[in-house]
Ligand binder design. Sequence first.
Ligand SMILES: [Zn+2]
Length: 149
Amino acid sequence: MKIHLRQIPLDGLHLEGEEDSKMLDLQGASAGPIRYALDVGVSGSSVFATGRLEVDLELECVACLEKFPYPLRVESFAMQEEVGGSETVDLTPCLREDILLALPAHPHCDWNGDKKCSGVQRENPEPAPLPQMSMIWEELDKLNVKKKN
Ligand SMILES: [Zn+2]
């Protein structure tokens, strides 16, 4: 996603559109196009951009291995890059980095509560079963027997 510096007016440039998500180089996950809404400006010898990024992904749950849709959102993308005599600036590496940072490291299909994961949930172990009432009475009976003797 290259921008020609001459295309950026003094009061900045608003960019909206889509980029092919091939640039993310995702392994084992499929992704729709990257939608972006960015404000680009020049400050001294550097170019800066702020805005938001969206990409709809299909990730694999680490617990049940099922694929599930995951709408990734980067709400406050921000980058700044020294131009140093170049006439163009390439935003791609920064876009890629911010999206990859926002990816969940251990995706769970029940992340938003819409679905119940059928896999093992190590984070929420089953509570230990309460002792049965009959067992408690048995213990009390034993105590009574000891007292009588
Ligand atoms: Zn799952």
